[in-house]
Design a protein. Structure first.
Length: 501
């Protein structure tokens, strides 16, 4: 029977079963003939599809060895045309019975779309001008036992695309492009930080304390030591220990785990870059994040202009920098600096502009932050650094030397999304202990996202940490922006999914 590839959308289960059986029968026949493709261990590849296309004039007539997946087949008489896909893209395969061994050609006629083949032949252009490889020999390297999705509809169900990323990457070029951009972004930021004298390090994923962020951790158990341990929710506290130790400039690109909800912007495990630099402050951290995101856009995309979440974004260096209080005043008209320190008046002011303060501690800082969070954050479309956060929501940031109610902290926003979080790091061990103590009290009262007391980190600060700037940002969210995607699952190869029963 003719093969219908539209199995992921509409093919009845019986028809799918028949297709699967046909391919297994073909494999059995090959094995009975002593030509089991799964016994082949190596095929020497000399070129890839895009290499040939980019250098066609110089390569025309050259004998090449390419390998890839058969994505289409046309004309199965004495002449056959196929599209072969490798890691670089596709190129046409031209096979003619009287130009290759007839037995080899007849075997090739039985190959299915999805099979992986090795081809030896010469580079040429067909009469219609198509750059192609004229086959002299075709070797079946791996048998595809499942048909690919029908070519005109592809794998369009996003749920299936995330669960079967291997098929998504085969049939949807835009998915592969996303992950190439992500890889290039990570490569760029590493080269940039290395050029500034930063050293890449690795810190523990498992720890007896979950610290460095307000988040609910995953808990596991270490059998040998018979203790519960936490999968890290941040790399911050270990990296700052290294600053104490004199390393001065360190960074880590690593996986983070937070036992929280999932949506288009959040996955329980994700990748961050955290970096710490001695003898600099908040301003230095703004310069670095701006340079990383704008520089990556120019190198990878060739432009500072990107489209994301329905907006035209301009990443040209020189991003807006504004204090949280000024940002709130710009959008709502509420002037929190006029009543600084007055918790009762601040709560009243927040409510007057429609902020929900239920369950929020009635302090000036919390009222300011809630007003920003509920009324301002979503309005920040173009790249914006929001600075000077209240002490109450910044337990690891240094207090402003000119305003005890605020800290030297910023968050960067694009399209209403947080793109980075940075501090002039708190290096006063006494102040740090008191803030940890306040967080521990919140945790004891039932706040599972509050920081734990970390006595060893306080001890490290007691040895002395220089003035330090620190920055953390999500690789996944930055990749979303550069790719122009609206879901974090589009830039995580294997996102967390609920198991299918």
């Amino acid at each position: 029977m003719a093969e219908n590839n539209n199995v992921n959308n509409a093919a009845p289960q019986q028809e799918l079963n028949e297709l699967l059986q046909i391919r297994r029968d073909k494999l059995k026949a090959l094995q009975d003939e002593g030509r089991d493709p799964f016994t082949i261990t190596r095929f020497e590849v000399s070129h890839h599809a895009q290499d040939i296309k980019d250098n066609f004039d110089a390569m025309e007539g050259t004998v090449v060895r390419i390998a890839g997946r058969l994505m289409s087949k046309r004309g199965m008489g004495k002449v056959s045309f196929c599209d072969v896909q490798d890691k670089s893209g596709r190129i046409q395969l031209y096979a003619r019975r009287d130009e290759m061994d007839e037995v080899n050609y007849d075997r090739f006629k039985k190959y299915d779309i999805g099979d992986i083949v090795g081809i030896e032949g010469d580079v040429f252009r067909t009469q219609r001008g198509e750059m192609s490889v004229r086959a002299k020999e075709i070797t079946l390297l791996s048998k595809s036992l499942r048909p690919l999705p029908e070519k005109f509809h592809g794998l369009t169900d996003k749920e299936i695309r995330y669960r079967q990323r291997y098929v998504d990457l085969i049939v949807n070029p835009e998915s592969k492009r996303n992950f190439e951009i992500r890889s290039k972004f990570v490569s760029y930021l590493r080269r940039y930080l290395d050029s500034l004298g930063f050293m890449e390090v690795e810190t523990p994923v498992l720890s007896p304390i979950a610290g460095g962020a307000n988040a609910r951790p995953f808990i596991t158990h270490h059998n040998a030591q018979d203790i519960d341990m936490y999968m890290r929710i941040a790399t911050e506290l270990h990296l700052k220990r290294l600053i104490v130790g004199g390393m001065e400039r360190v960074y880590e690109v690593g996986r983070i785990f937070r036992n929280e909800g999932m949506d288009t912007k959040h996955n329980p495990e994700f990748t961050t870059c955290e970096l710490y630099q001695a003898y600099t402050n908040l301003d230095g951290m703004m310069d670095i994040l701006e340079a990383i995101l704008s520089g990556a856009a120019m190198e990878i995309l060739g432009t500072y202009k990107v489209q994301w979440l329905g907006n035209d974004i301009d990443l040209t260096p020189g991003w807006k920098r504004v204090t949280m209080a000024d940002a709130v005043k710009e959008v709502t008209g509420a002037d929190f600096m006029a009543i600084e320190g007055d918790g009762e008046a601040a709560v009243k002011l927040a409510k007057s502009v429609g902020v929900d303060m239920d369950g929020v501690p009635a302090t000036w800082g919390n009222a300011l932050y809630e007003t920003f969070d509920q009324k301002v954050e979503d309005t920040l479309v173009q790249p914006t650094f929001v600075t000077m956060y209240p002490v109450e929501v910044s337990p690891l940031a240094k207090r402003s030397p000119v305003d005890p109610y605020l800290t030297e902290r910023y968050e960067a926003f694009i399209c209403g999304c947080e793109m980075g979080n940075a501090f002039s790091e708190l290096n006063d061990p006494i102040d740090q202990y008191e803030r940890f103590k306040a967080q521990a009290e919140k945790r004891a009262a039932g706040d599972e996202e509050a920081d734990m007391m970390d006595d060893d980190f306080v001890m490290a600060l007691e040895y002395g940490m220089p003035p330090t700037g620190g920055l953390g940002f999500g690789i996944d969210r930055c990749s979303m922006m550069l790719c122009g995607t609206d879901s974090i699952r589009d830039v995580i190869l294997f996102p967390t999914m609920k198991p299918l029963d």
